[in-house]
Design a binder for this molecule. Structure first.
Ligand code: G
Ligand code: MN
Length: 333
């Protein structure tokens, strides 16, 4: 028994190596050692018992070694998932701060995978960053948005925002991929780039983005203020929108409104519009409105939703604003 305690203590020390698979190592080592011990005790030689234990520990390590590479497994599962139709797209409204009308949507990828998808999209997209697969997923989002939104009469004037990853942007086929997948949506398309993804101003990235602009595609700087915040990025890429990250809404007191006003003034100087992300409460909406911000996106205005819910949303927000025009008062969404 003491031998088993020593074994499990040693395996536990390997926790950083095996991470979440530690339980599997312990279970396999114990189960196979017990089975082996039973067999060895029939042979009843001390050497045979030691050999069986050593072999089963090796077996456990090999077994877990094959399972350990979670990133590789995630990538494989995503590739298969894309083929099997496990992914879908939801649309989150972006509203005009003055009218509260929906003026655009951000198309967001969701994964119905029982394990990897469950922790929310941010988790798996982060892990896939830097792989070719993200480019394929962006094309999937565009094709889905294209077939879902081009037919909707109430959405004809909306812009469609799609998140772009740095690796895809640097590939030769980027412009072709986007144009082909977006189809007629192209003229309403907004590409959302993070500060991190366009900080590398390689000639290829600059050329790809200017090609997109020539075709009428707009650019949006996503998560503004959280990456490298090179202000010259704003001038270099002629962004049409700048999205202020939701963490700035958590600022306290006067600092919050002063910060938002300053960002709005700066961005307006460059001829772009400001979108504030993550508006979750009426009080936040009021602060954003008083800051002179143009557009907002957040759970308070509308959560990411399937395309059939968008119609009800568009109708409801239109009537709220009509009510507002008539009475001159503010009504909660
Ligand atoms: O940074 P980006 O624009 O890609 O962020 C979009 C993500 O933010 C989506 O996954 C969406 O579900 C999430 N999101 C949208 N609105 C809110 C909000 O009001 N609060 C929080 N916590 N997350 C939000
Ligand atoms: Mn985004």
């Amino acid at each position: 028994m003491r031998f088993f305690q020593r074994c499990t203590a040693r395996i536990r020390r390997l926790r950083p190596v095996f991470d979440e698979h530690l339980d599997a190592v312990v279970t396999v080592a114990l189960a196979s050692s017990l089975a082996g011990l039973l067999a060895a005790s029939l042979i009843a030689s001390r050497d045979a018992v030691v050999l069986v234990i050593a072999l089963s520990a090796c077996g456990a390590v090999v077994y877990v070694g094959n399972r350990v590479r979670p990133k590789a497994r995630l990538r494989r599962a995503a590739r298969i998932g894309l083929r099997r139709g496990e992914f879908h797209v939801v649309y989150q409204p972006i509203v005009d701060m003055r009218t509260r009308h929906c003026v655009g949507v951000e198309a967001l990828l969701r994964w119905g995978h029982p394990k990897f998808g469950a922790g929310g999209p941010g988790q798996f997209i982060g892990e896939l960053e830097g792989t070719r697969l993200l480019g394929a997923l962006t094309c999937f989002v565009l094709r889905e948005a294209n077939s879902a939104l081009t037919q909707l009469p109430f959405a004809q004037h909306w812009h469609i925002s799609v998140n772009i990853c740095a690796r895809h942007l640097m590939e030769d086929r980027f412009v072709e991929d986007i144009c082909e997948s977006a189809g007629p949506l192209l003229e309403r398309l907004v590409l959302e780039l993070t500060e991190r993804s366009c900080v590398e101003r390689t000639p290829r990235v600059v050329t790809a983005l200017s090609h997109m602009k020539q075709r009428g595609v707009r650019l949006s700087l996503d998560d503004f203020g959280t990456g490298f915040s090179n202000l010259d990025l704003l001038a270099d890429f002629r962004f049409d929108y700048v999205k202020v990250d939701r963490r700035f809404l958590a600022m306290r007191g006067e600092a919050r409104i002063q910060f938002l006003k300053s960002v709005a003034a700066l961005v307006h100087t460059l001829g772009a519009k400001v979108v504030v992300e993550g508006v979750e409460r009426a009080a936040e909406h009021d602060v954003v409105k008083r800051s002179g911000i143009d557009l907002a996106q957040g759970y308070w205005h509308g959560k990411p939703m399937a395309v059939d819910q968008l119609r009800a949303f568009a109708l409801a927000t239109a009537s709220i604003s009509t009510l507002h025009d008539v009475t001159g008062t503010e009504h909660g969404a």
